[in-house]
Design a protein around this ligand. Structure first.
Ligand code: PAF
Length: 301
């Protein structure tokens, strides 16, 4: 495994691989790696000849009052996990390597960034889109792997790739959870034992939502209300948002019966100082199950 801190060295190494016709898989991360990242690396390892892991806490995606300085870091642990998961190249640049001066060029994906985390973290997805497109230009991967825990990020990056005709396939990978149901996140280390116990209300609400949707006659807003009321009963939970939207367009749906695309149930809730996100997709098949039966005599009309 080679570790590079400069764009020039990484490019040289990858140029050779490309000349040999190797398929390159990229897993972009901000480090403090856990089993969720390991699952992305495993998938990349299975599907690529050369696996590149980038570790870069990207300043442009943090707002002025966000946790950039507090963001957890563990370079040695990260390199161990990378080695254990068969990574070929680790790219660990300093901020001055990625941004020798403030970027005068920006990338803004509109519409889908005005809801969910985009609404509560203005500018966040501009920073994500900028750094991910820089990484795509530096690494030129055939495929790039992203976790569905940040489903809005996956939607934004997929849309950017589509709109700009970037020659890379985005591979969304399933959320990895602890046995308790808590979605793995680098931010979980900040939770006290009690906050961690109460945070289970997120995965529990997501598991119950197909039943709640059926009970609500397939109505999206009623499901949203039911989930928010359930989470609000948890003393340490401070809701940022509970939203049911279409996926990947992130528009307001009406009823399961009228659904033309999957839905996402997206949650962002603070426990103490720690803001957790979690989500569940409801496929068209699951939505059809939740839709009330068509009244007798109107079938086929
Ligand atoms: O999901 C992350 O860790 C970051 O947003 C990403 C995609 C590495 C960009 O900095």
């Amino acid at each position: 495994m080679q570790v590079y801190t400069t764009i020039r060295e990484l490019r040289e190494a990858l140029e050779e691989k490309r000349r040999e016709g190797k398929r390159i898989g990229l897993v972009p991360t901000m480090g403090f790696l856990h089993a969720g990242h390991a699952s992305l690396l495993e998938r990349a390892r299975r599907e690529s000849d050369t696996v590149v892991l980038s570790i870069f806490v990207n300043p442009t995606q943090f707002g002025p009052n966000e946790d950039l300085d507090r963001y957890p870091r563990d370079p040695e642990g990260d390199l161990r996990l990378a080695r254990d998961n068969g990574v070929d190249y680790v790219f660990m640049p300093e901020p001055s390597e990625m941004y020798p001066r403030p970027s005068a060029t920006g990338i803004a994906v509109s519409g889908i960034t005005s809801v969910l985390c985009g609404a509560s973290r203005p500018g966040h997805f501009d920073g994500v889109a900028l750094v991910v497109s820089k990484l795509f230009h530096i690494v030129k991967p055939h495929r790039a792997y992203f976790g569905m825990k940040d489903a809005q990020q996956v939607a934004v990056i997929t849309r950017m790739v589509e709109d700009l005709n970037l020659d890379v396939e985005i591979v969304p990978c399933p959320i990895v959870r602890e046995d308790s149901g808590l979605a793995l996140s680098s931010r979980n280390v900040y939770l006290s034992d009690e906050e961690k116990r109460q945070a289970l209300v997120l995965s529990e609400s997501l598991s119950r939502s197909p039943i709640w949707l059926q009970e609500a006659g397939g109505d999206a807003l009623a499901l949203q209300k039911q989930i928010a009321e359930h989470i609000a009963k948890t003393p340490l939970a401070d809701i940022d948002y509970v939203q049911v939207l279409t996926y990947p367009d992130l528009e307001r749906p009406t009823t399961a019966a009228a659904a033309k695309s999957a839905w996402i149930i997206a949650l962002a809730v603070r426990f103490g100082k720690t803001r957790l996100i979690d989500n569940r997709l409801l496929s068209l098949e699951e939505l059809a199950l939740a839709a009330p039966p068509i009244p007798q005599g109107t079938k086929g009309v």
